[in-house]
Design a protein around this ligand. Sequence first.
Ligand code: DAK
Length: 257
Amino acid sequence: MDYENLLVEREGAVAVITLNRPKVLNALSPALIAELTQVLDGFDSEPVVGAAVLTGGPKVFAAGADIADMADRTPVEQVQRDQTGRWSKVTSFTKPLIAAVNGYALGGGCELALMCDLIIAGDSARFGQPEINLGIIPGAGGTQRWPRTAGKYVAMEVNLGGQPIKAQRAYQLGLVNRVVPAEVTVRVAVQLAQRLASKAPLAARLAKEAVNQSLELPLKEGLAAERKNFYFLFATEDQKEGMHAFLEKRPAEFKGR
Ligand code: DAK
């Protein structure tokens, strides 16, 4: 299917979604976000897809929400358009979602990357929240996900100062999983996604859910939720297959059941 603001491909079990508004550095218009959530919804219910890569291509991830679209908006329009609801749908994607980031990931672009499960950064990547330079603050998690990942002081620096940080520093802060040469960012992310897609789908889904819950629940409740998911997986065929394959010294064949 063709999209106005995205390129969508599939490489085996991996969906590769490329933000595609190069003239405005992939600025995230409401139409783009609507397409993105629609595409993610589709892949979420597509059993052959085991993981997805979200990228902006070789030059830029995304320079933020579309400023031209926002400049004259009223608060009422913002509420009526329910952008927050749309954006937060990205985090309800149940399969592993890897951001492959080259160049700028700014404002909403950075927040979009931070909504993903893993981030592969090209050495050209720059992560930042320049909203303060526009007289606003982040609206899709920038003030919340930065401190949870990089700590309060870096979060303050980024959110109050508006200057982006480079890929290598993002790596040192634990914000990205790997830094690679920009020309191989997407390839590395796809290979990683293929590896994740080969795991037992239900276990992957519940592992993702449990890790995300750890950021929201007190430890005791998080551990209880993890334990429930752990017990539940013993009801799956994939658990039986995984353990018997190990004992029989053969590769497991997972079916997502
Ligand atoms: N929006 C619209 N157009 C943009 C854009 C953006 N964010 N970023 C760049 N462009 C456009 C430029 O206007 C320019 O267009 P033309 O002049 O060619 O027509 C073209 O892209 C190329 O940009 P530059 O000429 O500026 O390119 P440079 O290499 O010189 O500079 C730059 C690159 C990334 C440093 C610069 O473009 C820049 O500072 N861009 C703006 C970055 C920014 O401030 N981003 C934060 C935007 S606010 C919410 C969810 C999310 C958000 C809010 C609410 N809810 C769920 C409620 C997010 C808010 C934001 O992201």
